[in-house]
Design a protein around this ligand. Sequence first.
Ligand code: MN3
Length: 207
Amino acid sequence: MYTLPSLPYDYKDLEPHIDARTMEIHHGKHHQTYVDKTNKALEGSAWAAKPIEEVLAHLADIPEKDRLAVRNHGGGHANHSFFWTIMSPKGGGEPEGILKKMTIQSFGSFETFRKIFTDAALAGFGSGWTWLFLDDGALKIGSTANQDSPIMGEKIAGIKGTPLLTLDLWEHAYYLKYQNRRAAYVEAWWQVVNWKEVNRRLEDAMA
Ligand code: MN3
């Protein structure tokens, strides 16, 4: 049985960048629905006792009749659980530590990294996510459709690796406040990115 994780901050705490009403619906309704439908899809299965990340890494082993539901709703549960942690009311600014060093090594500068990530987020058509992830020791940026993620692997998601940072580009993530202005949402989101957490995940992945 999966359960909705509580947020590490209040719904209103990411204001004015991400509004409280959006957070309330996004977490309390959308994410809850992904949790409920994952539980339904895995009802009676031994997989339901495993962490959702482990299930998603072995999607091919899920019975075919349940596989798409697990991919979509389990993916939604995992992606949102991760997404909440990489935002913070004390976020924004620039990375520190090994993350700072590696973004400069990989992309030339933080500004270039930010631009490549932003361009990827704006280029996506329809619903999906843009990621910074670690693949074979290298930082990479890529996007996935629907609720796919790098942990599902290249065959399914088109990219593979350990997620470090992600941005939800479904309209439900921003439409109440930003309507069609996806670029304004992305710009606002940079103001709440929890670089400390992203750096911690990179340290863990490199260890
Ligand atoms: Mn969402």
